[in-house]
Design a protein around this ligand. Sequence first.
Ligand SMILES: NC(=O)c1ccc[n+]([C@@H]2O[C@H](COP(=O)([O-])OP(=O)(O)OC[C@H]3O[C@@H](n4cnc5c(N)ncnc54)[C@H](O)[C@@H]3O)[C@@H](O)[C@H]2O)c1
Length: 496
Amino acid sequence: MASEIIGVVGAGIMGRGIAQLFTQAGHTVRLHDSRDGAAGAAREFVLSMLDKLATKGAMSADDVRAAAGRLTAVAALEDLAGCTIVVEAIVEDLEAKRALFAALEGIVAEDCLLASNTSSLTVSAIAAGCRHPARVAGLHFFNPVPLMKLAEVIPGLLTAPAVTDRLLSLVTGTGHRAVRAADQPGFLVNHAGRALYTEGLRLLEEGVAPVADIDRALRDTLGFRMGPFELMDLTGLDVSGKVMQSIYEQFQQEPRYRPSTLIPPRLAAGLYGRKTGRGFYPYPEGVKQEPAEPPPPPAMPGTAWVQDGEGVDALRALLAAGGATLADDPAGADVLFTLPWGEDVTAVAVRTGLDARRLVGIDPLGGLAGRLVLMASPATDPALADKVHGWLAAAGRAVTRIQDSPGFIGQRVLAMIVNTGCEIAQRGIAVPPDIDAAVRLGLGYPSGPLEWGDRVGPAKVLAILERLLSVTGDPRYRPSPWLRRRALLGLSLRGE
Ligand SMILES: NC(=O)c1ccc[n+]([C@@H]2O[C@H](COP(=O)([O-])OP(=O)(O)OC[C@H]3O[C@@H](n4cnc5c(N)ncnc54)[C@H](O)[C@@H]3O)[C@@H](O)[C@H]2O)c1
């Protein structure tokens, strides 16, 4: 790919990362910041990062020297005159970005591309301040730029297709994955990320389980590196709360993205997370304190019957290993087990006529590998839940006990993630391979939403959502037409 002369305006966290990425990729980079000395300091920072790479053997000393020669800090905006592309990473303010692009239009050549690293502004609104909006597009990187190997290219409504294509190949040339996203709220990644936060908060609002149990269950059963509450504490609720509210409003109050009433009082109290020493968790001396799990009750003798369904053999084997006597008939058993998809224990008891006092649910998601999630209805005898916990612990399993919830914790969160991915595809915001790649690389999820949905089974995901919708009556759970049609027709969610 041809080497470009790239201007980077704004030498803060993002600007310096963008400058490093393009310099390393062989482009000439001119870095500018309106704050005196900021561009020079950012250049020094980038060179120190390249030196570190050389020390680790990831870059040769010659390459570092050559890169240093290609990266300059410039004092005046006018010094960007010869650039072929300018990327701005200044303050997130529409008027400031418009004023900058208007000024740049008086400096750079007519075929110079103007790209914005905005994370929340409408690209078309930034472009609308320009004489030539066709050359303006969004180019959204993630922090830290060299390590987060993804960038979203966002054409505004008036962006020329050639501009989008050039930015896509510019990103690809750096070794990052480029995805194309429509100029819609949150673009692709921040839109796809809504489900984990809002459904985590929903589970907490409903009293399904406390914060640490929800995070633990999502880490251990779905393979997230962090649960939603740990993530909010890391980002800071002042930031993530604002993003949640803004995307919800920009989507015309779409219930799927509705934030939680739990947030405003936490913001008022300053419980932002790590940065204030307390969020959903306390951080004495900066270290997260997660409440320990109570020791499991001892295994007691008793009889267990398991309703037929996916995972029945695995559960029976675990119960036997934990000391339970297996019964073939529910009539004589102390505890009745169900392995429901999208139903709570109450719904199973009502549908099947099984005795609600003796009935508990175990989440079949993930084939009962690892941590088990045990669910009880309001009618379940608490002593029985203790007994079950004792058996499963004696079989060597960690157990999370939750209140009745259609879809437990994991199924609900997963179904919402898949449904959001499906909505992104349905709205034409991005194509399936880009949706999956962006979620893996940009959000660090173990899987993209569409491939995850295909693995669990679109029909199962649809059933979870339909049951959630029927139990709660909340339109946030209505299935995306993308999901419904493909589930009903037996097609992959990744088909175009
Ligand atoms: N921090 C992130 O995680 C992240 C991720 C993706 C996108 N973004 C977006 O990237 C942009 C920059 O964010 P950041 O975190 O690097 O901010 P930052 O505050 O670290 O840096 C912004 C820099 O821009 C400079 N600046 C402000 N106005 C200027 C102007 N008119 N001309 C020249 N320089 C100017 C400031 O002096 C500062 O050095 C924002 O649009 C933000 O929304 C941030």
